[in-house]
Design a protein around this ligand. Structure first.
Ligand code: SAM
Length: 267
């Protein structure tokens, strides 16, 4: 079956879709994630722990929330580049960064599969809810790996849904039916929010994504499931040498790790 991005407008389908919902994206994101999306990004950034002065990249940056988290972590001496294919999303991101006084972020229009940066430029690269929208997302992971330095981190935060989970029927009802209705009420494009559950359904599983990170040559691949497993964070490291062997590990969340995670978020 075709990936839902393979519409009549071809390559520009996703770009047009996100451009059409740009002004409502943040509000609808907050409602659909039940207010959790900012915590997920903050937690994700804490997992790769950028230092003051680091250079960080946000791929598929949308309205810039991940880039803003990264900019806070790398501070004034650091630099953040953020790339997206939708100019209306980028315009909102630029406005938000300016309002937050974060001039160390540069927002650039471009394609995640062909990043306009030299090899080994960044200390880390993140992508938030982006890979699912790219039919050949392996190319985007390869590009992220290419532009981070050896020892640098590549991270993806993504929705995987609840396939085969005891509450998958509830998930389908929420994302397949209630989501598009809520999006319409909030002034979004219903069509675009029908795309959301489709893009999740046609996408890889969290386990396949972990294997793809390893297949692209990232080592020490770890993934964590959030929101009952509907959302997942994958982290891999660019090896220091050519011969490094990889490992894939699902980091289980216990009550204790959850408390630790909360502390990190609230820091
Ligand atoms: C669901 S939004 C996520 C935005 C943001 N990262 C966040 O965390 O909220 C997906 C973004 O990916 C962008 N996108 C999709 N395909 C892309 C590609 N091939 N290259 C660059 N950006 C892309 C879209 O324009 C959209 O802004």
């Amino acid at each position: 079956m075709l990936h839902p991005t393979c519409g009549p407008a071809g390559e520009h389908h996703v770009e047009n879709l996100f451009s059409s919902i740009a002004s409502r994206y943040d509000l609808i994101n907050s409602v659909l994630s039940l207010g959790r999306h900012k915590d997920w990004r903050r937690f994700a950034v804490s997992l790769i722990g950028p230092s003051q002065g680091d250079r960080a990249l946000d791929v598929c940056c949308g309205t810039g929330d991940f880039a803003i988290e990264l900019a806070r972590a790398v501070g004034w001496q650091g630099a953040v580049k953020a790339i997206d294919c939708s100019e209306p999303m980028l315009e909102i991101a630029r406005r938000k960064a300016e309002q937050a006084g974060l001039s160390q972020i540069e927002f650039i229009k471009g394609d995640a599969r062909c990043l306009p940066f030299a090899d080994n430029t960044f200390d880390c690269a993140v992508v938030g809810f982006g890979l699912r929208n790219i039919p050949n997302f392996d190319e985007a992971i390869a590009e992220m790996k290419r532009v981070v330095r050896p020892g640098g981190k590549v991270l993806s935060l993504e929705i995987f849904g609840l396939r085969g989970h005891w509450c998958s029927a509830l998930w389908k009802l929420y994302f397949g039916t209630i989501g598009p209705i809520l999006a319409r009420i909030l002034g979004g494009n219903t069509e675009a929010y029908r795309y959301l559950p489709q893009s999740v359904e046609y996408f890889a599983t969290a386990e396949q994504m972990a294997r793809e990170f390893a297949a692209q040559g990232l080592v020490d691949v770890q993934y964590r499931k959030l929101a009952l497993g509907a959302v997942c964070i994958h982290v891999g490291t660019k090896p220091l040498g050519k011969t490094a062997s990889t490992s894939i590990r699902l980091v289980n969340r216990t009550e204790r790790t959850w408390r630790d995670e909360r502390k990190r978020i609230e820091r």
